[in-house]
Design a protein around this ligand. Structure first.
Ligand SMILES: NC(=O)c1ccc[n+]([C@@H]2O[C@H](COP(=O)([O-])OP(=O)(O)OC[C@H]3O[C@@H](n4cnc5c(N)ncnc54)[C@H](OP(=O)(O)O)[C@@H]3O)[C@@H](O)[C@H]2O)c1
Length: 340
């Protein structure tokens, strides 16, 4: 109750920000207080063609960050680039093709990006998919899990060395942000099984989405352990952006959803507010060295006990890594794959 009132009032937490803070306010404060110059920063933002990602891209570009925008539809990425350039003519934006749900496409994107020879300071794993019906990726994996979790896992794996190298050369901490959701708290331990996530026996779109968002937090937790063990100057945290009316519910648009959004409109954030926590975690010097944590309304907060379980995080990471390695060596051809 107290938390809801605080949220509705937009009260500030220990960081000095709250639910009503916008991405623009966060970025301005960060770039004013940081000694590092934003013009030295390069960021990759997935899912920047719409919603929270588009606002995150707009704000970072306005503050001089060089952007690399991977998109499955390059036309949309070019439109975003034009919109940003109208507001910030100096912005440096590179659009490259990438479908997060395809291992082959992710490999092509990373190879294209790495061949540019650019540094990489910030990776924002923001893209998200919600599907009310069961669909499969070209790699024959349930599409929500393939997009929201496996795609971002592989992308991070292929870029993390570049980030470690950039951080060592520049002395600027690398930041990875996994955009998760409070809905991860819905997942029960007994239902969370890697093999069932790949090919569910029965499908519930909301639950599949919640599981993928739990996996995003566990990913941040385990990668933190690994990065700390090698003393790499790169952090990875997860965020809940708030509830924002964006394209994520495009499958559900209609009278009922629109009515629910109208009734609950006091609890909704605007898109500029929805991008604030991502920008805070990507930029703020207040959380230098903080890694493996979960943030909402620009403040560190509690995730579920399952999301906070280090053994679960390690186990998921091992299973994911082994599965992806097998798949990259032996791509899926039929529908009857062995997932054990
Ligand atoms: N909105 C909310 O209330 C809310 C709440 C909690 C968490 N989140 C999280 O916030 C993040 C951003 O969501 P949003 O609300 O801004 O949704 P959105 O407006 O639907 O944006 C989703 C973005 O992801 C991209 N995407 C989807 N599938 C992709 C794929 N296979 N390959 C590459 N890109 C793909 C979309 O690209 P296209 O333009 O090509 O479709 C789009 O740019 C998501 O991770 C979501 O789970 C949102």
């Amino acid at each position: 109750m107290k938390a809801t009132l605080k949220y509705l009032a937009g009260s500030e937490g220990p960081s000095g920000y709250g639910s009503s803070t916008t991405a623009h306010q966060v970025a301005q404060n960060c770039f004013c207080s940081n000694t590092s110059n934003s013009h030295h920063l390069t960021a990759i933002i997935t899912g920047a063609t719409s919603g929270i990602g588009a606002e995150t891209a707009r704000v970072l570009a306005k503050n001089g960050v060089r952007l690399v925008i991977p998109a499955r539809d390059l036309r949309k990425a070019e439109e975003l680039k034009e919109r940003i350039k109208r507001e910030s003519p100096e912005a440096e934006i590179i659009a490259l093709e990438m479908d997060l749900s395809s291992f082959a496409s992710l490999q092509r994107f990373c190879s294209d990006f790495l061949s540019l020879g650019l540094p990489l300071h910030i990776l924002i794993n923001n893209a998200g998919k919600y599907s009310h019906k069961l669909e499969f990726s070209e790699d024959k994996i349930e599409l929500t899990f393939a997009t929201n979790y496996l795609g971002h896992f592989l992308l991070t794996e292929m870029l993390v060395e570049k980030m470690v190298e950039t951080a060592a050369e520049s002395g600027i901490e690398g930041r990875i942000v996994n955009v998760s959701s409070v809905i991860h708290t819905w997942v029960k331990r007994k239902n969370f099984s890697f093999t069932k996530l790949l090919i569910p026996k029965s499908y519930n779109g909301t639950y599949a989405y919640a599981q993928s968002k739990l996996a995003n937090i566990l990913h941040a937790k385990e990668l933190t352990t690994q990065l700390k063990a090698r003393k790499a100057n790169v952090s990875i945290n997860a965020v809940h952006p708030g509830i924002i009316k964006t394209g994520i519910i495009r499958d559900y648009r209609g009278f009922i959803t629109d009515s629910l959004y109208f009734v609950g409109s006091k609890l909704l954030k605007s898109t500029p507010q929805g991008a604030a926590t991502t920008c805070y975690v990507a930029l703020s010097s207040q959380i230098a060295g903080v890694s493996g944590k979960y943030f909402a309304d620009c403040n560190e907060t509690h995730c579920s006990a399952l999301a906070n379980d280090e053994a679960e995080a390690r186990n998921l990471w091992k299973q994911t890594r082994a599965f992806i390695q097998r798949r990259l060596l032996q791509p899926a051809v039929g529908t009857n794959q062995n997932y054990t």
